[in-house]
Structures are given as C-alpha cells and as structure tokens.
Design a protein around this ligand. Structure first.
Ligand code: RNT
Ligand code: ZN
Length: 418
C-alpha cells in the first residue's frame, strides 16, 4: 500500500463519513459485484469456429490494431492480463463461436465438451462464465435466423439455441454460479416490410421451442436482447426492444438491456425500474452508442454514471447481471477491456458514494432543493481517492500505471503475433 494513496483515502473517508457514507462498507459492497467481460473484444468478434467468416449481422468492428487473439489460448492470456488490471472478481462472457476443440463442428452441433477448456480455466482463476448463442456471421444467417420463413433455416437456429442453453447450464453447474444465456439475433429488413407480424410470431414460437427444456435457475438463466436497428436492418428489427420486453415478461426470463440499443435521447437506466416491478431480472450490456454504432468502449460518461447510480440507489444489484458489450480494434484490445470494466465499476462506486438515505428523505419530504444541491456537490467529492485505494486493496494498479503493464504486454506478447 503506497502512503499517498492511503493518506488520501483517510481524508476522503472522513469527508464521506461527515455526510453519512461509510467508505469501507462501500468498498466491501463493490468487491461483491461481478462484471462480465465480453471475450469478443479480444478478437474483433471472429471466434474460433469459422475464423475466416466475415462479421455479419449488422454489427461492425473498425480498426486493425496489431495483436488480436487468434487462438483460445491467446484469448485467455489476454483476458488474464485484462482481469489482472481490473479490481474485483469477475466473469467472462463467451459466444458459441469461441469453441476450444480440434473437432470441425457447426453451430447446431455444439456440446459442453467443446468448451471444457474454458471451464477448466475459469475454475483455475475463480471466474464465472456467461454464454451467447451466435446467430450471425454464418452462411445460414443471411436471411433471418430464428424468425426465418425457411423452416430448415429456422430449425438450424432453434437447435443452436437449444444447445447453447445446455452449454450455459453446464457452465453454471461446473462453476457453481448462474450463467446467463443471452439470445440476440440480427433478423430484420433494410426497407419497410409489408408484413410486420409474421416474422415476430415466428420468432415468438421459435423462442418458445428453444426454451422448452427446463434448467435450474441457480445454474442457467435465459435472457433476450432487443435492438433498435442494425446496419442493413434500418427499417425493421424483428427482435425489437418492445418485442423482447413483452417476451421476457410473459416467459419470466431476463431482459437484456444493451445501452447502445435505444434512441439516443432515451435514458437507458430509467428502464430498469420500469421492468423490475414485473420482471424476473435484467442482464445489462453496458456499452456506448455513438451515432450509428452501439458498441464503443465504455467510458465514465453521464449515461454510464446513471446506470451505476440507478442500480445502487434502487437496490437492483441482486436482480441485475452486469455485462459489457463493445468491440474496438483501433486501440489495444486488452486496454479496451480494462478501460471499459474500470469505468463500469467506477459508475457503481460513484453510485455508492452518495448519501442515499439523506437524499431519499429529502425527496420524500419534498425538499428538492437539498436533493439537487447535494447531488451536485457530490460530483466534486474525492471519489478518485476512494477508487485508488480500492485498486490497491484489490492488488491492481491504481492510476494510469495499468497502462504501463498493457504496453509491456503489447511489446512482449501482442507484437509477436502475426
Ligand atoms: C448486437 C448485440 C449483441 C452483440 C454481441 C456480440 O447488437 O449487442 O449483444 O454485440 O452478442
Ligand atoms: Zn449487446
């Protein structure tokens, strides 16, 4: 523990204590939160099943920064590096295409054994895992997946999702914690369709088939992720947000809210308390939308801060699985993971470092003056001192020192990759 960080923390602790915030308790609470690190930031969403297949589905990665992972072992090494620079104990989010096997298989053939090495690694590192069926970047995904009007194509994707759920349940069982199986599909139309009903009815029925098998909630939970639009599907997205909100509520499964999948002026965090009085729980894809892109690296901007604050102030952490979703190949990919995860955690810490009870009291008695004055003052409280102390406590670099480690890793490992 370096002295300046400790001293700064002692002062910060006193300042927060004066307004009724116990920073030690806050850090204890923060250390319980798991963020799911999306593996696909490490290799531009290519995976190891069909690495030569271009990324499709209306999502896109810009850039060709050197050193992307091209094998599962490389990706795990990169994740290890990233996780060593993120305070706390977390999860890794896999997509089905990240198999680790010599067998040549297609997506309708995946089995738990094809992911055994990931589980072994997760056990060694004390990590949790989440999972996603991959319904894109495949020859059969060009004209719709679960909502396809071609019965054979639709059956292929139903089989894939069914098998994904088994893999997810296997992860949960082996790692003794819930694995979220998040379903997102790219189906939609570039131009205005005439029939907007049939594709959604087909999607509903296909999902119902996928979900027939029951699993223990303690091991696996299903989640469905909607979207506003994608590149090439600008006019109609079959799995829209309203569609999945309705689906998640009526099937009692999780709703995934991706922070990049809404109209730009919508407050994503406001949706949590609209859903949770009725719904089973939420999965979040913390992300950052910019114009047409929904997947920039997460930073501590106002939207992210509101996400953290809303989860904390409303006690939603028990019902919410926090994951991230972005992919950027213009910067060091390991650094991207670290930046996104640290910023996500900072948003939660900021949420915790406010006098929530005082603010709620002020609000309930109509003292909105206090509410506004205090929340504004909190913005210049010594949050950074608490964050740095937390990093040291968790044995990870406090400030920009983590970047030195990533640069070193880049030089020794990443630049050696072709
Ligand atoms: C796409 C969705 C989805 C994907 C990942 C790779 O718009 O956000 O979550 O980004 O599954
Ligand atoms: Zn997403």
């Amino acid at each position: 523990m370096t002295k300046p960080i400790e001293e700064a923390y002692t002062l910060a602790k006193q300042k927060y204590a004066a307004i009724g915030v116990d920073t030690d308790a806050v850090l204890e609470k923060l250390s319980q939160i798991k963020v799911s690190l999306q593996c696909w930031q490490g290799d531009d969403v290519l995976g190891f099943m069909f690495p030569d297949q271009a990324l499709t589905g209306g999502i896109s990665v810009s850039g060709n920064y050197p050193g992307k992972a091209t094998t599962p072992a490389q990706l795990r090494a990169d994740l290890d590096k990233a996780l060593s620079l993120i305070p706390g104990n977390h999860k890794v989010n896999l997509h089905a295409i990240y198999v680790d096997t010599d067998e040549k298989i297609d997506l309708d053939q995946i089995e738990p054994k094809h992911y055994e090495k990931w589980v072994q690694w997760a056990k060694e590192k004390g990590l949790g895992l989440d999972f996603n069926p991959t319904c894109f970047s495949h020859p059969k995904s060009t004209d719709g997946t679960l909502s396809s009007n071609d019965p054979e194509t639709q059956a292929f994707w139903i089989e894939h999702v069914k098998r994904s759920r088994k893999v997810a349940a296997y992860f949960g069982e082996e790692l003794n914690q819930t694995c979220v199986n998040n379903i997102w599909i790219p189906d939609g139309y570039k131009d205005n369709p005439i029939d907007k009903m049939s594709p959604r009815v087909r999607l509903r029925d296909a999902l119902d088939q996928c979900l027939e098998e029951k699993f223990d909630d303690a091991h696996m939970l299903d989640a469905v992720e909607g979207k506003l639009f994608g590149i090439g599907a600008e006019s109609f997205t079959t799995g829209s947000n309203d569609f999945y909100l309705s689906y998640a509520l009526t099937r009692d499964i999780l709703w995934t809210i991706d922070a990049g999948h809404f109209h730009p002026t919508e407050d994503v965090s406001d949706k949590f308390t609209a859903f949770l009085p009725f719904g089973k729980g939420l999965m979040l894809h913390v992300s950052r939308p910019i114009r047409w892109d929904s997947d920039h690296v997460v930073i501590l901007d106002e939207a992210t801060t509101r996400i953290g604050e809303t989860l904390v102030r409303n006690d939603l952490l028990d019902k919410t699985f926090i994951g991230m979703d972005f992919f950027d190949a213009t910067i060091n990919r390991v650094a991207a993971m670290v930046i996104g995860a640290r910023s996500t955690l900072k948003s939660l810490l900021l949420g915790m470092l406010s006098p929530i009870e005082t603010l709620k009291d002020a609000e309930s008695t109509g003292d909105f003056t206090t509410r506004l004055a205090v929340t504004e003052e909190m913005k210049s409280y010594p949050f950074g001192a608490v964050w740095e102390f937390y990093c040291q406590q968790q044995n990870v670099p406090a400030g920009t020192e983590w970047l030195t480690e990533v640069k070193d890793y880049e030089q020794k490992i990443l630049t050696e990759r072709k």
